[in-house]
Structure formats: structure tokens, C-alpha cells
Write a protein that binds this ligand. Structure first.
Ligand code: AMP
Length: 375
């Protein structure tokens, strides 16, 4: 067990690392973070911030040699960086988890081979493969770059084979995956953790709404038939097992109109849809990550009250600084800001969480608070 007083290394420096560092420091751990930037959301609340590229292996080794365990908040870290860190200390989740989940094609091949339910897909390297794929999968179809995508970056929806040429050009030589479009009823996710000894804990099913491919609102618990919720949790449990995850992982699902769950994406770290756990659960997803990677017993995931979370994007700054007192005035709403210096459109700057007697009231409160932020 890695006990309080020890130092945890975090690769990546965004809001997930920031909330992890807050949880870790509250429990008496020190935190070092490494990323190519300075004055970052994670760095601002860490004991030490390293500014280095993820392919600067000497700096990664220096960073790893000063900590007891390395985890990450950003999965697009090159395998060589993880291997370099692993020469010194355990990296949790391990490099193979990162390797599978940071690349859509590897992730989909893994999911398909292990028999998890997914939407039909094909590998796209040439224009001919794309045209063939559109014919085979039908339209609409979604073309996604295989590597390094998030929040819908590198995604194009195709409605006909005539659009193939332009879409292929926009890939600019990158490998891609074509997916059959899912006419879903809902999007849901399960955030779960697996400990060093294989113990499993989950936060139930979360219901998510996206806007422009970016998560907008999450509510917990999801409003679903009990058997669908149980199935989502069972799929998540076996995924964490199959991948031998030590840490937190989020599984994003589509729920089709016929009531079938399809796995959309895996994230081997705390997830935006689990931010409500910071305020609404006995143990947040960030504390849970700390517990898992330190080999501590996992904490209770009990939801203290139904909750809703709304993201705050940089767009809100378009007409000036948001009116913060507007959100503070809603008594059951908590305001989280990530310390990002530049509010670009589409950039996640913070979030709001509301707790209430039921999800309808929580959703109403968080929506009202977000509206009240408009300058
Ligand atoms: P992703 O980055 O793959 O999670 O995609 C971001 C969002 O785009 C998803 O949460 C969905 O709202 C939408 N999306 C992605 N793939 C599909 C698909 N095959 N069918 C329908 N909607 C999709």
C-alpha cells in the first residue's frame, strides 16, 4: 500500500488531474504533475509541476524517480513514456490499458474480439475502403480518426457515398474508423474502479446529453429500466476485468431505441460524466482513483442525493466574464472552476453540480444556475 505522505505522479495537467490532486492532497499525499505546459489546472494545485514533452524520456524518468506511483489523467501519452516511467515505479492503470484505449481501432478490435456489443465498424486507410465501408454499413455513418481524438474532434458524419472523397481528404493521411450511425434513445455511462486485488466498485448508471459532440449535462441516477442498468454495470465490470484495469475507468454507451446497449468508448481515467461524484458521493471518482492506484481499499460509492452536472465551456465568456454570483445564488449548486487562463469556445472551463431530492429538481437547478451565469 502506498500510504499518506507518499508522492503520486500524474501525467497530464488538465481538470481531471486537478480534481485528483485536490482529493489526494486532502488525504495527505503529495502530487507531482508533468505536461508540456505551465500554470496548468493540475499544476496550480500540485506540489511540483514539471514542464516537459511526453516524448522527453529523460524528464519522464526524472519525474518517475521522485514518486511512488504514476497515474494519468490524459490517455494520449505515448507508450514509450509509460515504459520509461515503469522502469522506476508502477504505472496504474498499466501501459497496455492505455495502448488499447488511446486508439479507436485497437479499442474496437479489442471490444469486438471479447464479444462486447458495439456498433458495426470498419478500418479506413484508403478512399476505396471508405467507399466500401459506406456501402456496407449504410448511411448515416460516422468517420472518426483512429488516434488522439476527444470531444468529437476528428469526427465527420456522412450521409452518402458522394461525401466520401472530401471526408477522406480531411483525414489528411490519418488512419480512421467508420462506424454505423446509432439512432440512440439515450447516452449513458458507467464510471467504475478496480483495485489491486481485483475488487470492483461502480457509481451506477449516469445519463448524458452531448451538445456539439461535447458532454453538456449528466444526471445520476439515470432514468432506466433496472435490467438495462444492471446490464450496463455487468458489461463495465467484465470490461475492467478483461483489461485488468487498476484505477478508474468510464464506459460510455448508446442505448438504442430497441433497448440494446452498445459500448461507444472507454476512458481509462476519471471522466467528465463522473464529476458529480465530487459533491454527491461518499467517495468521489478522484479519491477512488487515488485509492485504487495506491492499493488502498476502495471507498463507498454511495450517492448521497440525486445529482445533475452542467459543463461550463469557454463560449460563456463570449460577451465578457460570467456573472458568478448568479450561480452562487442557487443554494444547492456547487461551482467548480479549473483555473484555465484562456476561455476558448468549446474548452471545458468548469462545471456546476446540483443536488436535490430527485433528478428532475437537480437538473432544473443546475440549468437555472448555468443560465444565471450569462454576463
Ligand atoms: P465520441 O468521441 O466517439 O464519444 O463521440 C462523441 C459524441 O458523438 C457521442 O457521445 C455521440 O453523441 C456522437 N456519436 C459518436 N459516434 C456516434 C455514432 N456512431 N452514432 C451516433 N452518434 C455518435
Amino acid at each position: 500500500m502506498i500510504l499518506p505522505g507518499a508522492t503520486i505522479g500524474v501525467l497530464g495537467s488538465g481538470q481531471l488531474g486537478r480534481m485528483f490532486a485536490i482529493a489526494a492532497r486532502r488525504m495527505g499525499y503529495r502530487v507531482h504533475t508533468l505536461s508540456p505546459d505551465t500554470d496548468t489546472p493540475t499544476g496550480q494545485v500540485s506540489d511540483l509541476e514539471y514542464e516537459a514533452r511526453y516524448d522527453d524520456l529523460d524528464e519522464i524518468r526524472r519525474f518517475a524517480s521522485k514518486v511512488s506511483v504514476v497515474t494519468f489523467e490524459f490517455e494520449n501519452v505515448p507508450a514509450a513514456a509509460v515504459d520509461a516511467a515503469a522502469e522506476y515505479v508502477p504505472v496504474r492503470p498499466a501501459g497496455h490499458v492505455l495502448y488499447t484505449t488511446q486508439h479507436r481501432l485497437r479499442e474496437k478490435n479489442f471490444l469486438a474480439a471479447a464479444g462486447f456489443p458495439i456498433t458495426p465498424f470498419c478500418h479506413v486507410r484508403t478512399l476505396e475502403e471508405l467507399q466500401e465501408g459506406i456501402k456496407r454499413l449504410g448511411t448515416p455513418a460516422v468517420l472518426k480518426t483512429a488516434g488522439f481524438g476527444y470531444d468529437g474532434k476528428g469526427q465527420t458524419k456522412l450521409s452518402s457515398v458522394e461525401e466520401a472523397e472530401e471526408a477522406f481528404k480531411s483525414l489528411d493521411g490519418q488512419e480512421a474508423v467508420l462506424e454505423a450511425f446509432v439512432d440512440f434513445e439515450k447516452e449513458v455511462s458507467v464510471v467504475a474502479a478496480r483495485g489491486l486485488t481485483g475488487e470492483f466498485a461502480h457509481y451506477g448508471v449516469i445519463e448524458n446529453e452531448h451538445s456539439r459532440h461535447i458532454l453538456d449535462i449528466s444526471v445520476a441516477p439515470a432514468q432506466l429500466p433496472a435490467e438495462v442498468a444492471a446490464e450496463a454495470i455487468e458489461i463495465t465490470r467484465s470490461l475492467l476485468e478483461e483489461l485488468d484495469v487498476v484505477g478508474v475507468m468510464c464506459v460510455e454507451f448508446f442505448l438504442t431505441r430497441s433497448g440494446k446497449l452498445l459500448v461507444n468508448e472507454l476512458a481509462p481515467r476519471p471522466h467528465n460524466s463522473g464529476h458529480f461524484t465530487f459533491d454527491a458521493c461518499v467517495t468521489s471518482q478522484f479519491e477512488q482513483q487515488l485509492r485504487a492506484v495506491c492499493g488502498l481499499p476502495l471507498g463507498s460509492t454511495e450517492l448521497m442525493r440525486p445529482a445533475a452536472m452542467a459543463n461550463i465551456l469557454g463560449d460563456l465568456w463570449q460577451d465578457g466574464e460570467p456573472y458568478w454570483p448568479g450561480a452562487y445564488a442557487v443554494p444547492n449548486v456547487k461551482v467548480h472552476l479549473y483555473g484555465k487562463l484562456e476561455p476558448r469556445p468549446g474548452r471545458k472551463m468548469g462545471h456546476l453540480t446540483a443536488l436535490a431530492a430527485d433528478v428532475t429538481d437537480a437538473l432544473a437547478a443546475v440549468t437555472r444556475a448555468r443560465k444565471a451565469l450569462k454576463p
